[in-house]
Design a protein around this ligand. Structure first.
Ligand SMILES: CC(C)(COP(=O)(O)OP(=O)(O)OC[C@H]1O[C@@H](n2cnc3c(N)ncnc32)[C@H](O)[C@@H]1OP(=O)(O)O)[C@@H](O)C(=O)NCCC(=O)NCCS
Length: 127
């Protein structure tokens, strides 16, 4: 039985990194991950003690917010978990959420009622 937690303060960096590693393998810095998680509203899906999905909301609380990422463990995908996380995000966010989508995830967002918006650009900080 899956359990969803909104604004999950119990989520720790190690659990998030274990999930992220299985979706997007990479070199995640534990301290930076901890600080990042502190600054976002984290919506989680748990199967017992295993973190199987996570959506983070980064918002200024008044005007603008974004979803840094939605992650579902590969063996739990296509079972409605991502959609449930998005529904909870819609109920929770104080602001509009504007976010980029990986091309393969576009059908997922469209199916969940998200609408195409302005084209995105990025600017990287000076070295
Ligand atoms: C994208 C992701 C979050 C979706 O989560 P999920 O739990 O698998 O999604 P759901 O089961 O709620 O899917 C709902 C619907 O979205 C669509 N969908 C989901 N994943 C899809 C995919 N990979 N390709 C095409 N359509 C997809 C389907 O229409 C699906 O309904 P169906 O299974 O009845 O056909 C998950 O696949 C994931 O973590 N992917 C890797 C990371 C990623 O790409 N994140 C998004 C970054 S922008």
């Amino acid at each position: 039985m899956l359990e969803y937690k909104v604004d999950d303060k119990t989520l720790c960096a190690q659990q998030f990194i274990e999930l992220a590693q299985q979706v997007w393998p990479g070199d995640y810095d534990p301290e930076k991950t901890r600080r990042a998680l502190e600054r976002t509203i984290n919506i989680t899906a748990w199967d017992g003690t295993e973190l199987v999905g996570c959506l983070r909301i980064l918002t200024d609380g008044c005007f603008f917010g974004t979803i840094p990422e939605v992650l579902v463990l590969p063996r739990y995908q296509r079972q409605g978990i991502g959609s449930a996380l998005l529904r909870l995000a819609k109920q929770t966010t104080p602001t509009l959420l504007y976010f980029g989508a990986q091309p393969q995830a576009e059908p997922f967002y469209e199916k969940n009622g998200c609408t195409p918006s302005l084209r995105a650009f990025e600017m990287r900080p000076e070295e």
